[in-house]
Design a protein around this ligand. Structure first.
Ligand SMILES: Cc1cc2nc3c(=O)[nH]c(=O)nc-3n(C[C@H](O)[C@H](O)[C@H](O)COP(=O)(O)O)c2cc1C
Length: 76
C-alpha cells in the first residue's frame, strides 16, 4: 500500500468552472511510472476543503503541508 495525498475537486486555482471533479492521488516519496496501471484508492482522513489560491506558489506551499499532514497520518 502506497501513502498518498489525494485531491478530489475542480482545481479552482486554475479553472473558474469545471464540468467534473478530478481525483489526483499524489504518491508520497515515489518516482516510478504508474501510467496504465489499475489502482484502488482508499480515503483515510479528510485534511481540508478545496481552496482557490491567489498564486501558484501559495498552492504549492499548501500542497507541501498537505503531504506532511498525510505522512504524519499514514506513515508516522
Ligand atoms: C494534495 C493536493 C491538494 C490540492 N489542493 C488543491 C486546492 O486546494 N486548490 C486547487 O485549485 N487545486 C488543488 N490541487 C490540484 C492542483 O491544482 C493540481 O494538482 C494542479 O492543477 C496540477 O495539475 P496538472 O498535473 O493536471 O497540471 C491539489 C492537488 C493535490 C495533489
Amino acid at each position: 500500500m502506497l501513502p498518498t495525498a489525494i485531491s478530489l475537486g475542480r482545481r479552482p486555482t486554475f479553472y473558474e468552472t469545471a464540468d467534473a471533479s478530478l481525483l489526483e492521488a499524489h504518491v508520497l516519496d515515489f518516482s516510478g511510472d504508474l501510467y496504465d496501471e489499475r489502482v484502488a484508492v482508499r480515503f483515510v482522513a479528510r485534511l481540508r476543503g478545496e481552496e482557490r489560491f491567489d498564486t501558484v506558489e501559495d498552492l504549492i506551499e499548501q500542497m507541501q503541508r498537505d503531504c506532511e499532514d498525510a505522512r504524519r497520518i499514514l506513515a508516522p
